[in-house]
Design a protein around this ligand. Sequence first.
Ligand code: NOJ
Length: 657
Amino acid sequence: MSDFRNSTVYQIYVKSFCDSNGDGIGDLNGIRSKLPYLKNLGVDYVWLTPFFRSPMNDNGYDVADYYSVNPMFGTMDDADAMIREANELGLGLMFDMVFNHTSTEHEWFKKALAGDPTYMDYYIWKDPVNRDADGHILTPTDSDRDSDRAATGSANTASGLDTNVSESAKTASNLEMSTGSTSSAQPSDQIPAPAPNASPEEIRAFAASHVPTNWVSKFGGSAWEYVPAFNKYYLHLFDKTQADLNWENPRVREELKNVIRFWKAKGLKGFRFDVVNLISKPAVFEDDFEGDGRRFYTDGRHVHEFLRELAEDTGIADMMTVGEMSSTSLANCIRYANPASHELKMVFSFHHLKVDYKNGQKWELMAPDFRKLRELFTEWQEGMEKGGAWNAVFWNNHDQPRANSRFGDVTHYWKESSKMLATLIHLMRGTPYIYEGEEIGMTNAGFTSIDQYRDVESINYYRILTNEGKSPEEALHIIGERSRDNGRTPMQWTAGRYAGFMPDDAKHEPWIGIPDNKDHINVAVESHDSASILSYYKKLIRLRKEYEIIADGSIRFTDPENENIISYVRELGGRKLHVFCNLRGAEEPLLANAGGFDATGMQRLIDSIEDETCAGRSDGTAGNDGADAASGAKDSTDAVLLTKLRPYEAVALLEEN
Ligand code: NOJ
């Protein structure tokens, strides 16, 4: 397997990639059938989103059994065959390890709910606290008394619990299952649970007014779910069916290491770790008066030692590993992804994907702030290099709207802006990740009704936004821009009835709608077009392998005042690669103060505007030599002064010493 620095990773959202059996849901055999496509694209690694047994409340990020394949995606035999075939093709598979939480359907959680102390200690439980009408805590929180049994890992979580409680102790939001509460075994200083004959409404009201902290779940609402039978809450930073694991408990860490060992033994080449910087919770749980609680549990106190232990004990230190880092800091990422730390090979951070969040709020829209974007790229690219750490670089994934719809102009400059964005990322310092469909310029879904959405977060927020007073149209507009479902529509392979995602004669409909633009945005059309977005991605992937400077060069951002063009220079052994990307749909002057950029003698490695239209540029700059854009041939510029870039043009010029 190639070095990860000159490699490219392709991400598959399993549910949406290829459906081999026509049930409307992508599957492992569908992926097997497309491995040659991925080989031909030129990528080295393929990351698959979780396909393990799951109730699918969060599309597989709610794992009920790490050791089995969800029947909707196939069988273990299919998984084994997929791994074998990928390895034969030289494609390294990476599986997605969701270790911050499990589904509440996981047997560990079921045993916890049955009152088994061993398994209760796999999760994070807190007692109710008294609050006044404004939500302020009236009595000391249980955090001192309880001092975070999650923190010690050795405290007997069962203390104070009646281990004979009903087999399925019920949560406050599932009270139709049971209203029984068990108060017999409460410690004397614990706030009493509602009376055994309390109504579901009374229990819900109690649960809402006694939350252990005011933390907000990433999917909206409180991060705590009340279990009347225990008179305790469990923590869920995501959906209430995704209970946070107690990593302070060494048994939990061992369980998770075993999961890695199991899949590694099957021949995987790497792992992606879901929200892995959230795994270490604080010693004391307290209200957050400045935010939603994330500052207390993000990049937590033991996260680095936990990751190091995980990597060392499972022998994955030399494999391809990437951690997804939620709301993280540069200093922490330098530690996560510095070889000396022995934690991870690289990290995903998301700050650059918040430059269109008004007031930092995902559900408030504004035009992208490109100045901020440049600042963030500068800080992270240069900062990670200084810290000796490595980035994963990307625009898209299954949690993001499509970058071309967001930062480009898919109406007037679909091809140009998609190619420009690709260039900006692929020539940076870091390993590029391509999300399925990005390589053909797939766009946002264009859904017009809330009924078309499937994502738990989008549906929750539609309700929250309308409850806050937004009209259904306004809420739908916001969801239309921000929903994760924008990136989850089926892969567009052909212009066929179901875009080639599933057989044309399938008896079922796809699990989520297919955008109409499948008719012209699809693999079949673009495979035969040397000027297509697909051909352009192939070229970028190839260039990273051919030019060491792309994989290994240093990076410095240039022309910092320019609001419209992001530019940087890579440097290695006296060679320089100058990259200029026009973020606007208008011609933009280049280095106007200096009269332009002197490109004399430089080689144009790539230009996002098709070669044939590059000739005879209006600004007098020489076009390239007319070589086929997709051939990988090196173009040479004999001319001299680059004075402007055309709308959404990206160009990379190689300067030999
Ligand atoms: C990050 C994943 O990418 C996202 O899809 C998921 O909802 C959350 N983590 C929770 O697992």
